[in-house]
Write a protein that binds this ligand. Structure first.
Ligand code: SF4
Length: 213
């Protein structure tokens, strides 16, 4: 089973190279992006981030009027709700003095529990923040992961927790592999494994059981 996941990884890496995600300049920008990307396309997140400009710093967002923040992030949709969530997750970061190195000294389990207790942060958002902002080895599962598993198929279970556990059990436990793997699944889902799959020239075409079905 482990070989199946590694075969997928090797084929995706060979095609796309190392994605080196997340597309952000700072860890805090990753945190903000992880909230803003909920239920919207990344292009809308980029517009909201561009609107924030030099205000995209935790000290600034913490003190910013919620209505002004909502207006700036309007392109990302659900802007009133997301402004509240940004305030909440920024307050969580404040507990560590907005210091990435202090967060990194804490245990993954404790931080994950804290993030999950933060309004607006579900499992995918928590794991995205922990992996992509802070470099913790925690696998991010999303709808594209479930789609690939269903089609290939990879018997990783249906729930977020089961799929995450399966990937973590069958892959080398390090942030770099988890980082690349999640990013590669997303890239291939956009290029080939779309709602309506484009199996022709898919890098998994030779090994995927669902090809051309
Ligand atoms: S071969 Fe088709 S179904 Fe399989 S991963 Fe590629 S696009 Fe998806």
């Amino acid at each position: 089973m482990g070989n199946k996941l590694l075969s997928v990884y090797e084929a995706l890496l060979a095609r796309y190279g190392e994605p080196r995600w997340w597309p952000a300049k700072t860890p805090y920008e990753v945190i903000v992006g992880a909230i803003l990307t909920q239920n919207t396309a990344w292009s809308n997140v980029e517009k909201a981030i561009a609107n924030l400009g030099s205000d995209l710093a935790p000290e600034v967002l913490a003190g910013m009027d919620a209505e002004k923040l909502a207006e700036l992030i309007r392109p990302a949709g659900f802007f009133n709700q997301k402004a509240r969530y940004l305030k909440e997750v920024t307050a969580w970061f404040a507990k560590y003095g907005y210091d990435v190195s202090i967060v990194r000294e804490r245990s993954l389990g404790k931080l994950r529990a804290e993030l999950l207790a933060t309004k607006g942060v579900g499992q995918e958002t928590a794991d995205s923040i922990l992996l992509y902002a802070f470099g913790f080895p925690t696998f991010v599962v999303d709808a594209y992961t479930h789609r690939l598993c269903a089609r290939y198929p990879i018997e990783a279970g249906k729930s977020y927790a089961a799929t995450k556990a399966y990937f973590e059990e069958h892959l080398p436990k390090n942030a770099e592999t988890y980082n690349n793997y999640h990013a590669l699944i997303v890239i291939n889902a956009k290029e080939h494994c779309r709602k309506k799959p484009v199996c022709t020239a898919c890098p998994l075409g030779d090994i995927c059981g669902r090809r051309d079905v």
